[in-house]
Structure formats: C-alpha cells, structure tokens
Design a protein around this ligand. Structure first.
Ligand code: AMP
Ligand code: GLY
Length: 426
C-alpha cells in the first residue's frame, strides 16, 4: 500500500517508524514531516494542512491509506473533504469524520455525549455569549476551584483552573469577550474540579469494535516535580503502575464500553484512534476529555510496546474486523523524555544545530524528532519540543535513566529536559 501520514511531530515520527516496519507498506509519504521522518520516508511540504494540497498528494502519489496524526485537520473535516472526491472513494482514512471529531473539537458536544450515555465526568454547564450574565452568576456560586474550558480547539491552552472567583470571572471575560482563543472561547464549559491522578487510555476503533492499546501517563508541566506552566508534554511512561487489572476493568466497563455504545447509538462515523483523558478520583475513573487522535509524547511510549503490525491493524479497522484482532503488548516499560528549546512553552529561538543524535544506543533507545528541520546538511531545531528519547527498561527508573543517559550525548543551544520523568514511581 502507499500510505500518506499527515503531521509533523514526534507522534508522527513514531507512527512513521512503526508503519515502515510493515510488509504491507510499499511507500510511505509524510506531509509535512520533520528531519527525522525525512530519513525513513518521503516528506512532502504542506502548509497549514491545506486540504486541496493533501488531496492532490493522494491522487498523484496513488495513496491507498491516509493516517491523520493531529486533531486540527480532523476537526476541520479532512475526512469529509477527501471522501467526497469520486476519485478517492476507495481511500482508507484513519480518523473520524468532522461530526465525530467534535468529541475533541467541541467540549460542550463531548460533555453532552458523556452525560447522555452515562459516562462518568465532572458535572458542568455550558454558556454562549448570549448567556454571559448567567455564566457570571453560575461562576459566582460555584465552589472553588472551578474549571473553565474553551469549547473549541485552543492548542492545549484552553483550560484554566481558578482558585478564586474574581480570577474565574476575569478568565470568563477573556475567553468570551476578549476572545483570547478566538472563536474557540465564544462558548465555554464551566465544570467541577476533580481531584485525583490522571491517566490516558487509548483505543483503536472501527466504529463497531475496539482494541485497547497500552495506557500512558504524560508529564505536562515544564518544570521538575510538576511545576511551572503546562506544555504539550515533557515526557511519558507506559505502562502506568497504578493502572492495574481491576482499575483497567472498571475503565473498560464504565468508560470505554459506554463510549463505544454512544458512538454506535449516535451514528457517529468514527474509525480511528480515540484518546481518553481520565482523572482517577478515589479509585473511580472520570473522563476529562476525548481526543480524536493519539497523544504526543504518549505515542512515543505506546507504539514501541505494540508488537502487532500497525498497518495490518489499520486494514482490519477499514474492514470493520477489529474484533478478529489480538493485541500483543511488550511487557517492558518504556519512558520517553522530551528535549525542548529553552524558553518553551513561552518564546524560544529556532535554527540551532542539533549535535550527537547519531550516537544513540539503538538497541534499547529510540530517538524521535519532534520539532526539527534539515538545513544545509545539518539538523536544526525548529520548534519548542525538539526531540525525545524513548527507552525500554524493566521498570520506570531503569527506562528513565537510559533515556537521560542518551540525552546526555545530544546537544543544541539552550537544550532543556526534565530529569525527573516517572519520579513518583521510584
Ligand atoms: P483538557 O484540555 O480538557 O485535557 O484539560 C487540560 C488539563 O486540565 C487536564 O489534563 C487536567 O490536568 C486539567 N483538567 C481539566 N478538567 C479538569 C477537571 N474537571 N478537574 C481537574 N482538572 C482538570
Ligand atoms: N500530550 C497530550 C496530548 O497529546 O494531548
């Protein structure tokens, strides 16, 4: 098969690495990719995931399957756009259609879906600008802390947790009136703060059946001991020690199965990855969010543990035969640590040469590029999160230590990484 993978981050490098291992993959194209992907696949530039450019790639490169990495093209309807072209009617697209992608693209849609299908989640209310005064009243009477979320996509920044009412009212104003997140914040969801520990679970679904992929935990704060501002994720581990058999059974029964039933009952056209962000409170799982894609850097710990041929899985998905598949997971632990540009998630410089990436211990560690570019024969930094190293180990501390040791061999100006990923499980 000729496969086109859409995206540019570490998630896509890990997907490309995994797809390339499949004998079913004849040629792999990645748009736009990064310098790491460039070494294993043909990269094709696209700007802002332009749909018509992506369609042209599908036609000219005779693509059989499109795998969509990030949420943005899915939420904007890449599935529907490609499907309506008669010459692409046999194209397999991994990802939901635009309506089903609202599970990620609209927090209000996702919350309504959860409540209607009896899926545990924090109690909430949604407000649009017309109900501004009601929103203010609701927030004034809400116990603290209170969580305010932009309804639409806000690049992972659209959630604030407020410890006092005045701050919450100010945030509400910035979301709804000052349009801090553009149209995404015109509607807000206000919900109860859930105390607990976060866990991410991932399924691959064909709309009727699903397979469970390895769970993961990511480390969102930029600083050691989970301090400082939120990022896209500074590291991740899989498996997660507290996600034992009993908790995972509860998660399947209370969250995953009702989610699948909801997808079927609502007639959502959902064939792809679904990432369910959970809060575990008093040993009970609650959904914090759905994402219609894999996570980054979670993918960089999940895929190394997946022993199945990924393309074979995706073909089963296209045939709605995922019930016939058996998932085979490597029992070892994988820990990934992200090396970021100094300043991230605030402002940072790009274009610094990345040194030492060829000196990795390839047997036990994998290097995935995140924000890199090729420039005159050099690999240079091209984003906030630059690269990550995923290592296998018999436990978290061993895997994390291997990743740290490999990162010591790599350097770029102002390189920064957390040295404590997995710290709470030592
Ligand atoms: P989201 O974009 O919905 O995943 O929210 C981003 C982060 O905000 C989550 O990963 C949680 O850490 C936090 N969060 C979101 N909703 C809640 C909630 N109801 N209670 C506590 N923390 C939350
Ligand atoms: N690492 C969080 C995410 O991909 O959404």
């Amino acid at each position: 098969m000729n496969i086109l993978l859409i995206g540019a981050g570490g998630r896509e490098h890990a997907l490309a690495w995994k797809i390339k291992q499949s004998p079913l993959c004849k040629k792999l194209f990645v748009a736009p990719g990064n310098a790491g992907v460039n070494e294993i696949a043909e990269i094709i530039p696209v700007v802002n995931y332009d749909f018509s450019d992506i369609k042209n790639i599908c036609i000219t490169k005779q693509i059989d399957m499109v795998v969509v990495g990030p949420e943005e093209p899915l939420v904007k309807g890449i599935y529907d756009y490609l499907k309506k072209d008669p010459s692409l009617k046999n194209l397999i697209i991994i990802g939901p259609n635009q309506n089903a992608a609202r599970l990620e693209g609209s927090k209000a849609f996702a919350k309504d879906f959860m409540i209607r299908h009896g899926i545990p989640t924090a109690p909430y209310k949604e407000f649009s600008i017309e109900n501004y005064n009601n929103a203010a009243k609701f927030i004034k009477n809400h116990p603290l802390p209170v969580v305010i979320k932009a309804d639409g996509l806000a690049g992972g920044k659209g959630v604030v947790i407020c410890d006092n009412t005045l701050e919450a009212l100010a945030e509400m104003e910035m979301f709804m009136k000052d349009l801090k997140f553009g149209d995404a914040g015109k509607k807000i969801v206000v919900e109860k703060f859930l105390k607990g520990i976060e866990l991410s679970v991932f399924i691959l679904t064909d709309g009727r059946h699903y397979v469970l992929l390895p769970e993961a935990k990511d480390y969102k704060r930029v600083g050691e001991n989970d301090t400082g501002p939120n990022t896209g994720g500074m590291g991740a581990i899989s498996p997660v020690p507290f996600a034992g058999k009993e908790l995972m059974k509860k998660i399947e029964e209370k969250i995953i199965i009702p989610t699948m039933e909801g997808i079927k009952k609502d007639g959502l056209d959902y064939r792809g990855f679904l990432y369910i962000g959970l809060m575990i409170s008093d040993n009970e799982p609650y959904v914090i969010e759905y994402n219609c894609r894999l996570g980054d850097p979670e993918t960089e710990v999940i895929l190394p543990r997946l022993k199945n041929d990924l393309v074979e899985l995706l073909v089963s998905l296209a045939n709605q035969k995922l019930n016939e598949v058996k998932i085979d997971i490597d029992p070892r632990t994988v820990c990934t640590i992200v090396a970021a540009s100094g300043g991230y998630p605030g402002s940072y410089e790009k274009g610094y040469p990345v040194i030492g990436i060829n000196s990795l211990n390839a047997k036990e560690s994998l290097l995935f590029h995140m924000g890199t570019a090729a420039s005159n024969g050099d690999i240079v930094t091209n984003g906030g999160r630059v690269l990550c190293v995923s290592s296998f180990g018999k436990n978290i501390s061993e895997a994390a230590e291997k990743s740290r040791n490999e990162l010591k061999k790599i350097n770029f100006k102002n390189m920064y990484y957390r040295t404590d990923i997995g710290y709470e499980f030592d």
